[in-house]
Design a protein around this ligand. Structure first.
Ligand code: NAP
Length: 255
């Protein structure tokens, strides 16, 4: 699969374990020109260092997806430097740590608002910003989890946010399809990343997948990266509104 000549924006790289990084790495190897974002100065150095290891030169821009002015500035900069966009990878998600350990019924209004805003609404905001730049069609890709459909211990309000995210994928696919902009999600199996570490009991979930997934092993970030490149590429030109599972088949099991 080639992404030669394609220009992409990747949000959600925190470190080398990030799923967004796995997609960025593979996309760069496949020939794409990338802009990567970081949230807050704390992560800038990290992202710059990682970007230096990509197969092709990339640009690094700030973006907190909860801030409309930062989103506006991001797309203005991309218009200026890249001229157009072919794909956006949305790998940002957040819920306050206490909401990922206390009983779901204890979720506060503010935790609910933040989780939904950062993890779901941000895709809608990104789609709106990217649309005028996707002059030759395009592809939006986000990352979700089985917790959108089934109850997993402590996933709580993030499950509600992922349900909203997956539904947003379908509505956006319908809205943007006439402009040949595709919108899809990868539902990844659990991978030990910074965000995952915030979920209480995450290691137990990893063990259950290893024991029960048809492939009898945990998902590797590189598998998500490869599927990401597929969904972004023209090889997936007929696919939109889809949630594609990269979880070793765990989601098909009843027990
Ligand atoms: P990660 O490396 O921690 O990535 C999450 C990213 O979201 C971080 O870069 C984080 O930055 C960023 N983020 C949080 N709030 C933000 C904001 N307001 N603006 C911009 N960026 C923000 O963890 P990950 O596991 O790769 O997560 C990537 C995506 O995959 C998430 O949507 C996650 O739900 C999804 N996913 C993960 C798994 C898994 O098991 N790891 C499975 C299925 C789906 P900060 O570090 O600065 O907060």
């Amino acid at each position: 699969m080639t992404l030669t000549g394609k220009k992409g924006l990747v949000l959600g790289v925190a470190n080398k374990r990030s799923l967004a990084w796995a997609i960025a790495k593979r996309a760069s190897e496949a020939g794409a020109d990338l802009a990567l974002t970081f949230q807050g100065e704390r992560l800038e150095e990290n992202v710059r260092e990682l970007a230096g290891t990509l197969a092709r030169e990339s640009q690094i821009l700030p973006c907190d997806v909860a801030a409309d002015d930062q989103l506006d500035a991001l797309f203005a900069k991309i218009r200026e430097t890249m001229g157009r966009l072919d794909f956006v990878v949305h790998g940002a998600a957040f819920a306050p740590r206490e909401a990922l350990s206390a009983p779901f019924s204890q979720t506060t209004r503010e935790a609910f608002r933040m989780a939904l805003d950062i993890s779901a609404y941000s895709l809608v905001a990104l789609a709106r910003g990217a649309q005028p730049l996707m002059t030759e069609g395009g592809s939006l890709l986000t990352l979700t989890y089985l917790g959108a459909e089934r109850v997993l211990p402590n996933y709580n309000v993030m499950g509600v946010a992922k349900a909203a995210l997956e539904c947003s994928v379908r509505y956006l696919a319908s809205d943007l399809g006439p402009q040949n902009i595709r919108v899809n999600a990868i539902s990844a199996g659990p991978v030990k990343t910074l965000a995952a570490a915030g979920i209480s009991g995450f290691s137990d979930i990893l063990g259950v997948y290893r024991d029960r997934a048809p492939l009898r092993r945990n998902t590797e970030a590189g598998e998500v990266g490869d599927t990401g490149v597929f969904l972004i590429s023209d090889a997936a030109r007929g696919i939109t509104g889809e949630v594609l599972y990269v979880d070793g088949g765990y989601h098909v099991m009843g027990m």
